[in-house]
Design a protein around this ligand. Structure first.
Ligand code: SF4
Length: 492
């Protein structure tokens, strides 16, 4: 494997506003290994399990005892890497990353891990989330002479590490992470140690596992499971975990703030076979479906969930209501990223190719359609339209989350408030816009009840505008990331 190779791969992708995929885009996936002779291969396999969290780019960095090497490129894990080649990479510690950019900058230079030569040594940084003070830090560091190579806020952490004046990577990371704010999880590979950390509010998830004597770190437990590992524990709020030949150590880079795990990890982002903070995502989603039946019953013939994220909720809805749970929509999983279209017409065709109604199931039926969220409303309108064109007699839309009214500043690609349909319209107006016969959203209290938390133990900002970490300077709830398109930074 060539040292420090960056594979440019494909030209930059269209921005999030040009995509044909779901309205709410995932964030990034992190995977780390320490103490296994096939660390690169395990990272590669772990990233496959996290592919749903980012399809823009993929990268793996490996420490072989002498060099810290990195290979990365634009595309899916299977497009960027050849399994046989990865299996031949030497090294017992590795970090992998799949990226979805949250600020529109889809440039190969932003692919991660980000390899930097800092004062305490060479580091490979992989980051999930967003620093709310990245803009201020960048301006400050540039004024002091720092030269940035990427537009990713991850590079701010690298600069702060290098300027910490500490000799040891762990101490430098403690210093750097203690200075930044936002919702983030990081996994960092140094020359001989693996570090992982989670923001002081625990907004972004990060879990630790074991495979024999080796240590694993992953954004989701499904990645630990998928390579035969065992979950050990979650990284705590404000905690920096160091893993080395000495074993595992823990330190706080900041005092824990109020707990604020992203509620959307349960609703949409995480895979159903993941446990997020000890709660299985599939079971939580089923409960979300059950609660919708109790709160908003409707006479219907069948229930169907929008694949894949709402399939679990539809099962819960069907169990509670007694209605048959049918496959009303088929998702084509093999189109991948081929149909990223710059025009509205092209995007509509792409959505049609990705999702097709099962006419024989829905024709003449009163259908309960379960989905996880409505962001801009265009996708919901399209899916309701598909069912009607297939002959559905009625379409009753049930949303497992409350109205998505406010932008996210913690690493999720949402539009500005101006583009969020629930920020502008009442539920009845949204029903009309998406052309459903009835529309009901989960209430906030039913959401927190289904998740098993109090409201002050979760981030619910996109529903209630109550931000656990202050938004970036100058940003208001009306200036979400969509409103900052073209800005200097992209989250990762
Ligand atoms: S604002 Fe919404 S999407 Fe963003 S972290 Fe909070 S709950 Fe998750």
């Amino acid at each position: 494997m060539p040292h420090g190779l960056i594979v440019p791969g494909r030209p930059p992708r269209p921005s999030s506003q040009q995509r044909s995929g779901p309205e709410l885009q995932e964030e990034c996936g992190l995977f780390g290994v320490f103490g296994h002779p096939q660390a690169a291969l395990l990272s590669y396999l772990g990233l496959f399990a996290l592919q749903h969290r980012g399809q823009e780019s993929a990268g793996i960095a490996v420490w072989d005892g002498e060099y810290l090497d990195c290979e990365k490129g634009m595309g899916l894990v299977g497009e960027v890497f050849e399994r046989a080649e990865v299996a031949a990479w030497p090294g017992s510690a590795a970090v992998g990353h799949v990226r979805y950019p949250t600020c529109g900058s889809s440039d190969p230079v932003n692919a991660q891990p980000l390899v930097v030569r800092t004062f305490p040594g060479t580091l490979a940084l992989a980051h999930n989330g967003e620093l709310t003070d990245a803009g201020r830090w960048r301006a400050d560091l540039e004024q002091k002479g720092a030269i940035f190579q990427t537009t990713s806020d991850t590079e701010v952490i690298a600069h702060l590490v290098s300027r910490s004046g500490r000799n040891e990577a762990g101490e430098a990371l403690l210093d750097a992470l203690g200075q930044v704010h936002g919702g983030f999880a990081v996994v960092v590979l140094s020359e001989g140690e693996l570090f992982c950390a989670r923001d002081p509010n625990g907004i972004r998830p990060l879990s630790i596992g074991r495979l024999g004597d080796a240590w694993l770190v992953a954004s989701e437990t499904c990645a630990i499971d998928s390579i035969g590992g065992e979950f050990v524990r979650d990284v705590e709020q404000g905690e920096l975990v160091s893993i080395g030949e000495y074993g595992i150590r823990s330190a706080q880079f900041a005092a824990p703030g109020r707990p604020a795990l992203c509620a959307f990890e349960y609703i949409y982002f995480a895979r159903p076979d993941s446990d997020v903070q000890g709660k299985n995502v599939h079971q939580v989603r089923k409960e979300l479906g059950r609660r919708l039946v109790r709160a908003f019953p409707v006479d219907a013939d069948l229930v169907t969930g929008v694949p894949d994220s709402s399939v679990s909720a539809a099962i819960g809805y069907a169990e509670e209501s007694g209605l048959p749970n049918e496959i009303g929509l088929i998702k084509n999983r093999y189109i991948g990223r081929t149909f990223i279209e710059p025009t509205q017409e092209g995007r509509e065709l792409a959505v049609r190719l990705k999702l097709n109604p099962l006419r024989q199931v829905v024709k003449g039926q009163r259908v309960v359609l379960v989905d996880d969220s409505i962001v801009r409303g265009t996708t919901s309108r399209h899916i309701v339209g598909l069912l009607r064109q297939a002959g559905a007699a009625e379409v009753h839309l049930r949303i497992t989350s409350p109205p998505y009214r406010c932008p996210c500043f913690y690493g999720i690609d949402t539009s500005s408030s101006a583009e969020l349909i629930a920020a502008r319209k009442s539920v009845e107006e949204i029903r009309q816009a998406v052309d459903a016969d009835t529309l009901a959203y989960q209430t906030l209290s039913e959401l927190t009840g289904a998740l098993g938390y109090r409201a002050d133990q979760l981030c619910l900002s996109c529903f209630n505008g109550d931000y656990p970490v202050p938004p970036p300077e100058g940003a208001t709830s009306g200036e979400g990331r969509g409103g900052r398109q073209g800005g200097l930074f992209s989250g990762s």
